[in-house]
Design a binder for this molecule. Structure first.
Ligand SMILES: [Zn+2]
Length: 307
């Protein structure tokens, strides 16, 4: 025997529209999939919505009543049939304890550069969290009509900007956890977490070992012999080094207070700059003449010294 829409909503065929609405809302709060995520509840939820759609519309209800009296729908109750009110009772325990669900985690990734990774930095991340619609309470319907606020989705998307602090000396692919900033939990369930995955952009210039920064600077032979100023990168920006005359290849210079910050002592470490002398790949005739002259002077000086 088919159940009538009145039986589905557990109301008398003579029920007023307000009574039907109230009963409908009561049942939605029980069988909504977010509250009661079982297959049976889902099936009932669909039935309830269909019944409410008909019975809360005057025209549809009138037509339905006509059809019902002709076809005797729901007039006789078969004891072997599972009526709605029976189901209501067997589900009672569940009804008293709505199922709580923890919110899912949100994972975002950010890119930072090499110095930021060592110095620590901040990033603002944009996240979108869905929350149960405050108007319909996630029921998708208000007074039997599709909720206009959430367009019948039962949820709203909340956008949020979160400032994430990236600690100094962070490693590549570190997952930072921001507790409770994931998706919202349902029915007392915990919020998910926000995870920020930190990607560090590669930097081949600066290397760090045991808290000391290393850099290799290439200088011209003229600079090596005559001396001069060169600019080198550090974690904190550019620094100028004074290269003294007659600097040799592989000679190192120490830059103080431009290295990795020691959080305990609040002091910065050193940067070691190693010098490489770059021989030019092209040379002009004029330069060749000058080098020949230099070579002769050099020979003459050596002979004078040793001969
Ligand atoms: Zn809504």
């Amino acid at each position: 025997m088919l159940k009538s829409y009145y039986e589905i909503l557990n109301v008398a065929p003579s029920a007023t529209k307000i009574e039907i609405k109230n009963q409908y809302r009561k049942l939605v709060r029980i069988y909504h999939p977010d509250i009661n995520p079982t297959a049976e509840a889902e099936r009932l939820f669909k039935e309830i919505n269909k019944a409410a759609d008909i019975l809360l519309d005057d025209e549809k209800r009138k037509n339905y009543d006509k059809f019902r009296s002709k076809n005797k729908v729901g007039y006789s109750r078969n004891s072997s049939n599972y009526t709605f009110s029976d189901l209501f009772k067997t589900k009672k325990e569940k009804l008293q304890q709505p199922v709580s669900k923890d919110g899912e985690d949100i994972i975002v990734s950010i890119d930072i550069d090499f110095s930021e990774a060592f110095l620590g930095t901040y990033r603002v991340v944009n996240i979108a969290r869905s929350m149960i619609c405050p108007k319909c309470g996630g029921h998708k319907f208000v007074n039997g009509n599709k909720c206009s606020y959430c367009d019948g989705l039962g949820e709203k998307i909340l956008k949020r900007k979160i400032t994430v602090k990236i600690p100094p000396s962070v490693k590549d692919k570190t997952k930072l956890r921001i507790k409770g900033e994931g998706q919202f939990g349902v029915n007392g369930g915990k919020n998910g977490n926000l995870y920020v995955v930190v990607n560090i952009e590669k930097n081949d210039e600066l290397k760090i070992k045991d808290g000391i920064v290393y850099y290799t600077a290439q200088i011209s032979p003229y600079c090596a012999i005559l001396g001069g100023n060169i600019t080198v990168p550090t974690l904190w920006g550019q620094a100028v080094i004074k290269i003294p005359p007659l600097t040799k290849a592989n000679q190192s210079f120490k830059l103080i207070d431009v290295g990795v910050l020691n959080e305990k002592t609040n002091k910065k470490g050193d940067e070691i700059v190693k010098i490489l002398i770059q021989i030019p790949s092209k040379i002009t005739d004029e330069e060749i003449e000058l080098y020949k002259k230099l070579n002769e002077i050099n020979k003459k000086n050596s002979n004078a010294k040793y001969g």
